[in-house]
Design a protein around this ligand. Structure first.
Ligand code: ADP
Ligand code: MG
Length: 339
């Protein structure tokens, strides 16, 4: 008899969790993405001890149907794609069906979800992959995910966690990026009882920027706006007086997804030409939109990297649009803008 056999589901989930759930911020990112995909208009985040002891994400989105609740925690189970062709047309943040089973494998998770107001909600508790509770309760429409004691059953990973302050920094980055990506969603973020962020959810990007970076930074930014047949861009970018030493100053969002992209970052910096001091980055929030078929998001497990099918055209488009925004402020001669 041979010695090769498939891993059991629990073990497979634990292995996947090693990739998907690096630290509390990865859990937060996945759960906020799910709330965004559910069409929420408000998302409230509560964390304790850098997210290691508690993360709670509450949304007012579509909710999970009672019959789907346990399936949602199965590996590769998703409502977002069904066929191979869908992979080339992704319009949601999630699609791999890996987050919930991975988180449930390495933490204690409670999910309460209802698809209607006034109806019954399903409540499920799973600890290290084992179902501990499954019942009904009352809750408003939407979903509340509570994750406690992350890595309680994987001590090696737990030991590797940094200080509360470091983990909090990563949590904040996740919330900030999602808030900048979705100005039409009202976000709140609380850590150890104090409120660190509150955005109005009225669609005004400048107000989100003000909530995160302060109102004087927000006032100093100019609008970027442009479109061509393939791409549209909208956002805010700082005049060369408001720069930072860190490249995180530039937030790139592609179809509502935060990404790290040299294909957008480089032409943006190029547009400033000699105006930027060396090793300084302008505070910028760039929303790019394009048909999902022009984009491959299935590159990286955390989906932080994407590939553009017409990268050269995109680079030119970004550089020209940002140049135009800056030249309108007389920062660069208008002759250098060709569009
Ligand atoms: P994916 O997001 O890749 O589909 P997940 O494991 O993150 O995979 O979630 C599995 C499924 O559970 C989702 O496809 C969705 O149908 C459902 N789901 C998860 N979170 C929420 C939420 N906050 N609101 C509504 N549905 C949710
Ligand atoms: Mg997801």
């Amino acid at each position: 008899m041979g010695i090769i056999r498939p891993l059991d589901e629990h073990l497979a989930n634990q292995i996947a969790a090693g990739e998907v759930v690096e630290r509390p911020a990865s859990v937060l990112k996945e759960l906020i993405e799910n709330a965004v995909d559910a069409g929420s208009s408000r998302i409230d985040v509560v964390a304790e001890e850098g997210g290691l002891s508690l993360l709670r994400i509450t949304d007012d989105g579509a909710g999970i149907q009672s019959d789907d609740m346990l399936i949602a925690f199965q590996r590769h189970a998703t409502s977002k794609i069904a066929a191979a062709k869908d992979l080339f047309q992704i319009s949601t943040l999630g699609f791999r069906g890996e987050a919930l089973p991975s988180i449930a494998a390495v933490a204690k998770i409670r999910c309460v979800s209802a698809t209607d107001n006034g109806g019954l909600a399903r409540i499920v508790e799973i600890e290290g992959g084992a179902i501990r509770k499954d019942g009904e309760t009352n809750a408003p429409k939407g979903t509340e995910m509570t994750v406690r004691d992350l890595f309680f059953n994987t001590p090696a990973r737990l030991k590797y966690m940094k200080t509360v302050q470091t983990e909090l920094g990563h949590l904040s980055d996740v919330v900030y990026r999602q808030a900048l990506a979705h100005p039409d969603i009202a976000f709140t973020f609380q850590h150890n009882g104090s409120t660190l962020l509150r955005t109005p959810g009225n669609g005004d990007l400048r107000q989100v920027v003000a909530a995160i970076y302060g109102s004087s930074a927000a006032k100093s930014m100019v609008e970027i706006q442009g479109s061509d047949p393939d791409y549209s861009i909208a956002g805010l970018t700082a005049l060369p007086v408001e720069t930072r030493a860190n490249r995180n100053a530039v937030t790139v969002l592609v179809n509502g997804r935060y990404v790290r992209s040299q294909a957008v970052m480089q032409p943006l910096l190029q547009a400033y030409h000699t105006l930027l001091p060396v090793h300084r980055f302008p505070l910028s929030v760039v929303h790019l939109r394009m048909h999902p078929s022009l984009l491959d998001v299935n590159v990286h497990p955390a989906k932080l990297e994407v590939r553009f099918s017409k990268e050269a055209e995109l680079r030119t488009f970004v550089e020209e649009t940002v140049k135009r925004a800056l030249s309108a402020q007389a920062y660069i001669p208008s002759g250098s803008s060709t569009t």
